[in-house]
Structure formats: structure tokens, C-alpha cells
Design a protein around this ligand. Structure first.
Ligand code: SAM
Length: 237
């Protein structure tokens, strides 16, 4: 049989993400790695009809299908997962790379609340998405069908290691005056524990990096406490 003709499918966002991550740098590489990260999915007309989410509040987790809108449209068959240190290559379809055909992403996120007072806003936790990410679809997560703790997971068999994070006195003072001090501190800790630096950067270095979280710029560096790697928050501006 001849292959079916190549068809094109057009899709449109049903809504957009508002999250604690204004930029790509620092965003966790999978959902659930930073549970302190707050996000909302705000539906747009005509999908912002409360009828369209009736019953959704009874589910604790959702699958979001979205577009990696900040990734280039080009793709290559081989990619370098950060998990492999950025050197070894695997097939793009054996990865969760953002550089893929159709630029489709899929994240399992926690649903904290459904707010249908004016339009529809889904309050989410543990998102790995930049603010402004266009979302194409929502589906409730079914643990009895979809959870497979015994599954093999190739080159990513367990969660990535976490680094200890310490805060300078200056950073603590900047946090102390904020209403969201506790949740912002935890967000910073969870994000830096993943070592957001590029995969080829290893170990302590003098260089100071900046990551934007919520409305602040977090300046940090990688240090060493008697041979144990730590991330140090230098200042929060
Ligand atoms: N869980 C999803 C998946 O597996 O399809 C995303 C995994 S992907 C490795 C996660 C990374 O995508 C984040 O660390 C961030 O750098 C990047 N990212 C998040 N939102 C994006 C967007 N809208 N456009 C491009 N890159 C994005």
C-alpha cells in the first residue's frame, strides 16, 4: 500500500501559561522537580468556558500538551541530553529535548485549583514551563493506567542528583522583607539544587550566574564546602 499523503494539521492554543519562570534558564528539566514553582494556565476564548472544565477539579494531576514556542523550528535526529553531560548523543525520539519535530511538549503537573469566576484559570504546581508557553490540550491523569514505577528509563533511571544550596546574609536580608519569603526561598533552593548551569560546567567556579524567578534576579555561583559541591545564592535583586 502507498503511504498516506503527508497532511498538515493546524492547531491553536487553548490557553497560555503564567509561571514563576520568565526565561528558559533555570526552568527545571522535568515537572515535579521544583514543586514550589507556581503557575497558572489561563484559558482563552472560546475555550475559557467553565463547561469545558466541569469535573476537572476532581483530578489531582493533569497532562498538558504545549508548544516549545521558544525553541527553534529546526531539529536534528540526534540530540545531547543534559543528563549525559551534554556529550553523548541519543535519538531525538529517545529524548525529551525541546528541539524536536513539531516542537510538542508534554508535562504532568499537579492541579491545585480551578478558578472559573472570570474565564477559566487552572492553578498548577510543579510546572517546567516558561511564562507565555502556549498550551494546546489538557487531559486528566489516570494513575491506574499511566503510572508504571517499574518501567525502565534508559539513561535517566532516577531523579537527577540534588546539590545543597546556601544563602548569603545579603540574600537572606533581601528575602526577609518579602511577603512570599518562604515560598520564594524554597523555589530558589529547588531550582539551584538542580544545578541549572550548562551541562559542560562542572564544579566550583568564580563566575556569577543570574536566574530570573518571579520578579527577582537571583545571582548565584557554584562553590565547594570541603569537597562537597554547593550552590551559593550571592544576592537577590
Ligand atoms: N516535560 C516536558 C516534556 O517532556 O516534553 C518538557 C521537558 S523539557 C526538557 C523542559 C525544558 O524545556 C525546561 O527546562 C526549559 O528549559 C524548556 N522550556 C520550557 N518551556 C519552554 C518553551 N515554552 N519553549 C522552549 N523551551 C521551553
Amino acid at each position: 500500500n502507498p503511504p498516506p499523503p503527508m497532511e498538515r494539521y493546524s492547531v491553536q492554543p487553548i490557553g497560555y501559561i503564567e509561571s514563576d519562570f520568565p526565561d528558559k534558564f533555570g526552568v527545571p528539566r522535568q515537572p515535579g522537580l521544583a514543586n514550589a514553582a507556581c503557575a497558572s494556565l489561563v484559558l482563552v476564548p472560546p475555550y475559557d468556558d467553565p463547561l469545558a472544565v466541569r469535573g476537572l477539579e476532581a483530578f489531582s494531576h493533569l497532562w498538558l500538551t504545549f508548544v516549545f514556542h521558544q525553541s527553534p523550528a529546526r531539529w536534528t535526529p540526534l540530540v545531547r541530553p543534559p543528563r549525559l553531560g551534554g556529550n553523548a548523543k541519543v535519538g531525538v525520539f529517545a529524548s525529551r529535548s525541546t528541539h524536536r519535530p513539531n516542537r510538542l511538549g508534554q508535562s504532568l503537573v499537579r492541579l491545585s485549583a480551578v478558578d472559573s469566576r472570570a474565564g477559566v484559570r487552572l492553578v498548577l504546581a510543579g510546572c517546567d514551563l516558561i511564562s507565555g508557553t502556549p498550551v494546546l490540550d489538557i487531559k486528566p491523569y489516570l494513575p491506574w493506567a499511566e503510572a508504571h514505577p517499574e518501567a525502565r528509563a534508559g539513561y535517566a533511571p532516577e531523579p537527577p542528583p540534588q546539590l545543597a544550596v546556601r544563602f548569603s546574609d545579603e540574600a537572606e536580608a533581601a528575602l526577609a522583607v518579602r511577603e512570599d519569603a518562604a515560598s520564594l526561598r524554597e523555589l530558589i533552593r529547588q531550582v539551584l539544587a538542580q544545578d541549572p548551569r550548562p551541562a559542560y560546567r562542572k564544579g566550583a567556579e568564580e563566575r556569577i550566574y543570574g536566574v530570573r524567578l518571579r520578579d527577582v534576579d537571583v545571582r548565584f555561583r557554584s562553590a565547594d564546602d570541603d569537597g562537597t559541591p554547593v550552590m551559593e545564592v550571592v544576592e537577590i535583586v
